[in-house]
Ligand binder design. Structure first.
Ligand code: NDP
Length: 319
C-alpha cells in the first residue's frame, strides 16, 4: 500500500486520503503503548494527519496529553512531516467559559491544547460545532486571530449548518483568512453531507474530511456475529450502544459484507473506498483500536474502482 495524498480544496495543503482520529482509544483510560503503536505505525504508513480535539479522552484532554507524550517519544523529530488538528466547541471545563464558541472559551482552549500537546502551533484548528448562542462574527474573529497569532496555520469548521458555514467562510475571507476544510460525519449509513453540503464545498473550494467513516465500527466485520466484549458498543462510551446493533442493522451490514467480499475487500475497506470514490472527499478520519485494524483499513487506498452494478447494489441496501 502506497499512501495517496489529495489537495485540500483550493489550497496548497495535501492530506493523506486516510487520516487517524484520536477520539477513542487514545485517552488516559487506554493503554498508552497501544495508542503509541497505532500512531507510530500510522505515520510509517503515510497517515501523516492526526486529528484531535480538546475534549478527547477520557478524561477530557488526555488524548492531547498522550499525543504530547508521543511527540516526546519520537514523533517530534517529524513535526514538519505531520499535520495535527485540534478543536474547541464541546464541553471541556466547568462554568460558562468551558463550552460554546465565545472568544473567551476558544482562546483559553487553544492555549490549553497547545500546552497539553507541547506543540508551538496546530496545523488546523476547528470550531468543533456551530453554537447559536454566540454571534458568528465573535467565533470567526477568534479563529482569524488564532491564525494571525501563529497558533494555527489553517482554520476548519465542523458540524455547521450550510448557511452558517457559508456566512463564516465569507467573514473569514473578508479578513484574508480562507477556511481550509469542513469536517462532518459521512459514511454509507449517514449521507447528510452529500445531501446538504456538496454544493457549498464545491463553490467555496473547501476540502472535506469525513469523520466516523466506518460508522464507529458498524461498517466493519466487528458486529457481524454478535457484540465483542472489547468493542465500542460493549464499552460504556455512550456513543455507540448495544441497542444500535439491531437485527435490521446486522442484516444490512451482512449484505454489504457480501458485496465487499465479492470485491475482494473487507467491509471496512469497502466503506472507506466508497467514500474515497466521491470527488468531494479529501480524506477520511478513521479510528482504530489496534494496529491490525488500521492496517486492514489502509488497504482501502488500493481498492478497485466500483462498477455501476456494485454501486446500485450498495444503494439498494443503504438508501
Ligand atoms: P470510525 O467510524 O472509523 O470507527 C472506528 C472504530 O471502528 C474503531 O474504534 C474500531 O472499533 C472499529 N474499526 C476500525 N477499523 C476497523 C477495521 N478495519 N476492522 C474492524 N473494526 C474496525 O471512526 P470514529 O468514530 O472513531 O471517528 C474517527 C475520528 O473522527 C475520531 O477519532 C475523531 O478524530 C473524528 N471525529 C470528529 C467528530 C467531530 O465532531 N468533528 C465526531 C466524531 C469523530 P472498536 O473500538 O470497537 O475496535
Amino acid at each position: 500500500m502506497d499512501m495517496k495524498y489529495r489537495f485540500c480544496g483550493r489550497s496548497g495543503l495535501q492530506l493523506p486520503v486516510i487520516s487517524l482520529g484520536m477520539w477513542h482509544n487514545f485517552g488516559g483510560v487506554d493503554s498508552y503503548e497501544n495508542a503509541r503503536d497505532i500512531a507510530f505505525h500510522a505515520f510509517e504508513k503515510g497517515v501523516v494527519h492526526f486529528d484531535l480535539a480538546n475534549n478527547y479522552g477520557p478524561p477530557p484532554g488526555s488524548a492531547e496529553e498522550n499525543f504530547g507524550k508521543m511527540m516526546r517519544d519520537g514523533l517530534a523529530t517529524h513535526r514538519d512531516e505531520i499535520i495535527v488538528s485540534s478543536k474547541a466547541g464541546h464541553l471541556m471545563w466547568d462554568g460558562p467559559y468551558g463550552d460554546g464558541s465565545s472568544r473567551k472559551y476558544i482562546m483559553a482552549s487553544i492555549n490549553q491544547s497547545l500546552r497539553r500537546t507541547g506543540l508551538e502551533y496546530f496545523d488546523i484548528f476547528y470550531s468543533h460545532r456551530y453554537n447559536p448562542e454566540t454571534p458568528l462574527e465573535e467565533t470567526v474573529q477568534a479563529l482569524v486571530d488564532i491564525v494571525k497569532q501563529g497558533k494555527a496555520l489553517y482554520i476548519g469548521l465542523s458540524k455547521y449548518p450550510v448557511d452558517k458555514a457559508m456566512e463564516a467562510c465569507a467573514m473569514m475571507k473578508a479578513q484574508n483568512v480562507r477556511c481550509l476544510i469542513y469536517q462532518d460525519r459521512y459514511n454509507m449509513l449517514v449521507r447528510r453531507p452529500e445531501e446538504q453540503h456538496v454544493d457549498f464545498l464545491r463553490d467555496e473550494q473547501l476540502g472535506f474530511i469525513a469523520f466516523s467513516p466506518l460508522a464507529q465500527g458498524l461498517l466493519t466485520n466487528r458486529y457481524l456475529n454478535g457484540i465483542p466484549v472489547d468493542s465500542r458498543a460493549a464499552r460504556p462510551s455512550g456513543f455507540l450502544h448495544r441497542e444500535d446493533i439491531t437485527p435490521e442493522m446486522v442484516d444490512k451490514i451482512s449484505r454489504l459484507n457480501q458485496i465487499a467480499l465479492s470485491r475482494g475487500q473487507s467491509l471496512a475497506q469497502m466503506a472507506l473506498s466508497w467514500l474515497l470514490a466521491k470527488p468531494v472527499v479529501t480524506s477520511v478520519i478513521v479510528g482504530a483500536s489496534s494496529v491490525r485494524q488500521l492496517d486492514d483499513s489502509l488497504e482501502a487506498v488500493d481498492a478497485p474502482d466500483f462498477t455501476t452494478d456494485e454501486l446500485s447494489a450498495i444503494d439498494s441496501i443503504i438508501l
